[in-house]
Design a protein around this ligand. Sequence first.
Ligand code: NAD
Length: 248
Amino acid sequence: MDLGIQGRTAAVAAASRGLGFATAQALAREGVRVAICSRDPGAIEAAAARIGDGAVGIACDVSAPEGAKSFVEQAHAALGALDILVTNCGGPPPGAAGNADPKTLGAAIQANLLSMIAMIHAALPEMRERGWGRLLAITSQTAREPMPFMVHSNTARAGLTAFLKTLSREVAADGVTVNSILPGGHDTERVRELGGPAIDSLVTRSPVGRLGDAEEFGHVAAFLCSRWTANLTGTTLTVDGGSSQGLF
Ligand code: NAD
């Protein structure tokens, strides 16, 4: 299937590896010129080289709004325009709700909510003016089903999902779609670093019986940024091997 986005441009945040990288790579395979970021200059240069096709690597920390805005501005400067923005950041640490440390909670809200909003605010005006845009947030299945001991992720992602839904209705008539993609357990470096017991529990939760594959995830994300999703906005798509148990 031709996604109809050849020649478009995209900024994909937090993408030297894992789900961000796979999304950027899938977009590049569709003929999209991509700019990606991570904090480590060497790692992001290497990732851009692996993608090829003129991919641009930008060293930038998106865990606070100033850095997040700066990434979008640098991506715009490098590519000349931005048709697609995929927001992403490293995930927050686990933790319980009852004794949540306000500092840790605040950092998660900065990184996984306010910085994502800052990226969107930086990219949105021009998309609206040009009458075409795709905003996609990589969040987590915890946005749909809050997980025990994951209060930082649960809280920040729920806030972001509410923001995206509100925004989607404001900008729909301008040709800009606003959606999120909610990964369940995927085989990325981050998950491998968590180790055996964490992986076993993710696999057990999944009716598919395995971790998700990042490359598969990237292609689903790319589809949500495609020409064919012009009438698909304000929605959340869970990619979790069927592990969420709710009807929607
Ligand atoms: P990962 O650790 O494999 O990759 C994260 C990428 O983000 C890396 O390229 C890293 O360099 C970059 N990054 C991290 N912090 C950054 C920062 N402050 N500024 C710039 N770049 C930064 O992680 P992943 O598994 O691909 O996860 C991506 C997102 O999806 C995370 O928010 C994670 O919580 C969420 N998620 C992942 C899974 C999973 O199973 N992989 C499940 C649910 C949610």
